[in-house]
Design a protein around this ligand. Sequence first.
Ligand code: ATP
Length: 382
Amino acid sequence: MITVEHLTKRYGDFTAVDDISFTIGEGHIYGFLGPNGAGKSTTMNIMTGCLAATSGEVKIDGYDIFEQARQAKQCIGYLPEIPPLYTDETPREYLRFVAEAKGIAGKEIPGEVARVIREAGLTEMQDRLIRNLSKGYRQRVGIAQALLGNPRYIILDEPTVGLDPLQIIEIRDLIRELGQKHTVILSSHILSEVQAICESVLIIAHGKLVAFDTPQNLERRLAENNRLTITAECGEEALRAILDGTEAVADYTVDALPAPVPAPQPEPAPAEPAEAPAAEGTAEPEAPAEDGETTVLDAPTELPDAALAEEPAAPAVCQATLTLAGDPAAACRAVFFAFAKAGCALLQMTPIKADLENIFIELTEDEPSGKEATAHESGIQA
Ligand SMILES: Nc1ncnc2c1ncn2[C@@H]1O[C@H](COP(=O)(O)OP(=O)(O)OP(=O)(O)O)[C@@H](O)[C@H]1O
């Protein structure tokens, strides 16, 4: 078990980590989620004993990371955001070196290095120079060094950052495999990544822990924040009347109107040639257009009055952002039928997807006391 109690880190006047407390159990993949600069790396660096805290306590299986650093660090494998790899070595040479530095007994080193090479999927690349490996394989080398000594907790700081989509999938699969034998804690600023891999999510914003929950509970919480944008073919007054009369709409704002779509213009009839074509051989040759030059055709300067009178007016179009009440599907249906009943065409209904930004806006808008409550509500927290 990892317990973090009232952890605070200040850089001068700036508080990067602000009184964070949580408990990490065993046999689980935990995600540290937060935007850039939220304090994830700082927290991870302190948890792994790489950085001193200003105040607070971190215990790894009961060992204080500062007071009993050796025992505590033996329980942890850490992949920092920028892994310190010696690129002129092969993975096998580098891992031997790290194994020695970690104090693994000499006779156990070859077997241990072979094990982590296998587990990290490096078998085919073990004798190639690290500098010639792809970023994905370099990341595997970083993960392999974290696995040396078979620590109970594997802490990975942004393990997929900078990888291509295929490498991301492979590293995520590897992390899932590791999660079967170890407790894995990874940081990420990508919500979908954390949702895809992690069984528990810790959300950090502005150095504070603002949520600690399962992805399912987070999704549920976000789903409750039912919002969608609509575009309707009617005037603002009619739009408001319909929305005001629809119970499933808890709240709405009328958005700025989009630029009116110009009504289709009738194709002008081809102009009659003003003069009969000159007799062959007598006309002055037309100068050819130079490369890249656009030839502008004279537009008819005046439209006949009849054509102007017939031009259909662009229909009024309104946009609004709605917050729905109750079951989202039922609420969408109610909105749809309310517009249909009023004879207004709904041109678009687009759910506002919950993304990381939405969560942070939602979670960080609360008062600090509210945030604390959120973090403790989940029941995961000790
Ligand atoms: N040595 C330092 N001195 C001063 N400020 C620092 C130092 N290290 C980090 N910070 C600041 O502390 C805040 C938290 O940084 P941290 O690296 O922990 O964030 P993060 O969530 O890991 O973000 P990122 O994913 O960008 O690394 C940031 O505002 C950062 O600029």
